[in-house]
Design a protein around this ligand. Structure first.
Ligand SMILES: [Zn+2]
Length: 336
């Protein structure tokens, strides 16, 4: 969508966006509301239509969105998207979608721990299929791989399970290798509990060539810990998937529970914490935005989440804001 179209949309439905224009523009030179955005952490369920996603992206001023299918055929969940569906959306709306080879699959889930620990037919099948898909050139990443995840129920019946899978594992190393071969990032969801942080460091120590994205601001680590990781591992990036702290935000609050290892990026009123702001400014090329509407009902809050990200961007230097909004994602995925 061009800038003019976005202005027109602002004219009819962008009341809260306009408020953000006023507050953001006063503080520095960047008009965060004019920035195109690449949503680098988006999901795909079987009941999401491309038309609805494009309509929401147009309203929010989102240029492109990562699509990660959720292959869960369970009673609790209306997931069940597919990689082929993501590819079809991308073909139908050129430039608007960035399909991943999905990592959220029942057979790679918490009940199949052995699949991560050594060679298995399930693991081999997944890798073979992933390679075949990546060879087609239509996919731009691998993930999201859910390794440490807290259970929750949300929006009535839909939710997510408690997952605790090994990080420095046989399968994770093989997936990282596929990422290197096809030069695509590997996206990992891992709440940064102390032993997980140690394991992540071990994985990164041996996978220096993998473009690794640690979701949700590096597993909601502290700014200091993220600073250490980004310094030590130049191939690591953090996405800010769902890290806005709006009423219906996800990982941007102490949700689904509070632990001593969860750190937020903003105060709940749209103001970045000073140490987080300093982190973004010191590592302007290492962060990505993302809405993380994992369950279809969360799309109702899509525009609100992007609007909040624009507010947060308005507190950064213009060059940093541009990098977080789209520049870093553009380079990571090799987009024009
Ligand atoms: Zn996640």
């Amino acid at each position: 969508m061009g800038f003019c179209a976005f202005v027109m949309i602002l004219g009819v439905s962008g009341f809260s966006l306009l408020n953000a224009v006023a507050s953001g523009a006063a503080d520095n030179q960047v008009n965060s509301n004019a920035l195109p955005i690449i949503d680098a952490h988006g999901h795909l369920n079987g009941d999401m239509s491309a038309e609805r996603l494009v309509q929401l992206m147009d309203v929010a001023g989102v240029k492109s969105m990562v699509l990660m299918a959720r292959y869960y055929q369970g009673a609790r969940d209306a997931g069940n998207g597919s990689d082929e569906q993501a590819l079809e959306f991308a073909r139908r709306f050129p430039g608007r979608f960035i399909p991943f080879v999905a990592g959220q699959r029942g057979d790679l889930g918490g009940r199949n721990r052995h699949v991560w620990e050594g060679p298995t037919q399930i693991g081999d099948n997944f890798l073979r299929q992933a390679e075949r898909k990546l060879q087609s050139g239509g996919y731009f990443g691998l993930g999201e791989f859910i390794l440490r995840h807290y259970d929750y129920s949300n929006f009535g019946t839909q939710g997510g399970n408690d997952v605790d899978l090994p990080v420095n594992s046989y399968l994770m190393h093989r997936i990282a290798g596929v990422g290197v071969t096809y030069s695509v990032p590997v996206l990992i969801h891992l709440e940064a509990e102390p032993d997980k942080v140690t394991a992540m460091a071990q994985l990164l120590d041996t996978q220096r060539g993998t473009k690794l994205v640690w979701a949700h601001n590096c597993g909601r680590s502290s700014a200091q810990q993220i600073r250490e990781f980004l310094t030590r591992y130049p191939n690591l990036m953090c996405d800010l998937g769902g890290m806005t702290a709006t009423q219906q935000g996800g990982y941007g609050r102490y949700w689904p529970k509070q632990t001593p290892w969860i750190h937020l990026i903003e105060d709940g009123m749209g103001k970045l914490f000073p140490e987080v702001k300093a982190l973004f400014e010191d590592f302007p090329n290492r962060f990505l935005l993302g809405t993380d509407a994992a369950h279809t009902p969360a799309l109702d809050f899509y525009v609100e989440r992007i609007t909040r990200f624009r507010e947060l961007l308005s507190q950064l230097r213009p060059v940093t804001a541009e990098n977080l909004a789209y520049g870093n994602a553009q380079r990571l995925f090799g987009l024009k």
